[in-house]
Ligand binder design. Structure first.
Ligand code: GTP
Length: 235
């Protein structure tokens, strides 16, 4: 059986040094990494956050914009990132489909799980946009949900760090990476691999969560194919 995985990137992963916008070089790098996975026969679903454009929680902070509206603005941000990723992948000859949890017919398909599965069966990369389509849910939760819906064998949270640390490695010299942790350990405040809803969903469905560095070339392939490399796993 082919391996199917869901890769979750933060919006910031696409941004330039300032943390905003879509940086073409970053996009190209990520697209190349995804291409190596597709060429290895791995079926890929992708979820991208929207924090490089807007964050619902921050935008609604002073009460001018309602949280629900701010979260919808955030969902639209994920659509922008998803379309950018689609373009970068297709530039590289990878067949993709974007499916949005909110109907945006002129831009992309609407999320239909059976259709997403069919695309994946055909080797297309499916990029899931608009989070879960509901306010108050993070894109980590959306990614976990989609991973379960498409029967992915794992969710990979691709970040700038190579795993989960016992404390902030930028602040503490003696911080160390925890290679394997339980869902309950991942829920602890000082660790917080993902938000509680996402971890609870993964736990209920025994979905392993892999946290790894996406900016290390070849890392994703090495982890998925051989289980090697630097990463942390929650299971
Ligand atoms: P198969 O039937 O499995 O071959 O899938 P397919 O996606 O190629 O079939 P379809 O004819 O549905 O789609 C052709 C193209 O139209 C694809 O690029 C789709 O992403 C796109 N498409 C399909 N539905 C929509 C939609 O509702 N909105 C937008 N914007 N594009 C769509």
């Amino acid at each position: 059986m082919k391996k199917r995985v869901l890769v979750k990137f933060s919006g910031e992963a696409l941004a330039d040094e300032s943390g905003f916008g879509v940086d073409v070089d970053r996009l190209r790098f990520i697209a190349n990494e995804i291409k190596t996975l597709v060429e290895a026969g791995i079926e890929i679903g992708i979820v991208i956050g929207g924090g490089n454009i807007i964050r619902g929680v921050n935008a609604s902070k002073n009460g001018l914009i309602k949280r629900t509206s701010a979260d919808y603005m955030g969902m639209l941000a994920t659509v922008i990132n998803s379309v950018a990723m689609q373009e970068a992948l297709e530039f590289n000859g990878i067949s993709t489909r974007v499916q949005s949890a909110i109907e945006l017919k002129q831009i992309c398909e609407t999320f239909i799980v059976r259709r997403a599965q069919r695309h994946l069966d055909k080797g297309r990369v499916v990029i899931f946009a608009s989070g879960t389509g509901n306010p108050f849910f993070t894109t980590d939760t959306a990614a976990t949900l989609r991973a379960i819906e498409i029967n992915a064998s794992m969710i990979i949270k691709a970040t700038k760090v190579d795993g989960v640390y016992n404390k902030d490695p930028n602040k503490f010299d003696d911080a160390y990476r925890i290679e394997e942790l339980t869902y309950d350990e991942a829920l602890k405040d000082e660790i917080k691999v993902m938000d509680d809803t996402a971890i609870a969903l993964a736990k209920d469905n025994s979905l392993p969560i892999v946290v790894c560095n996406m900016f290390k070339k070849g890392n994703l392939l090495e982890i998925i194919q051989n289980g090697n490399g630097e990463f942390s796993i929650v299971k």
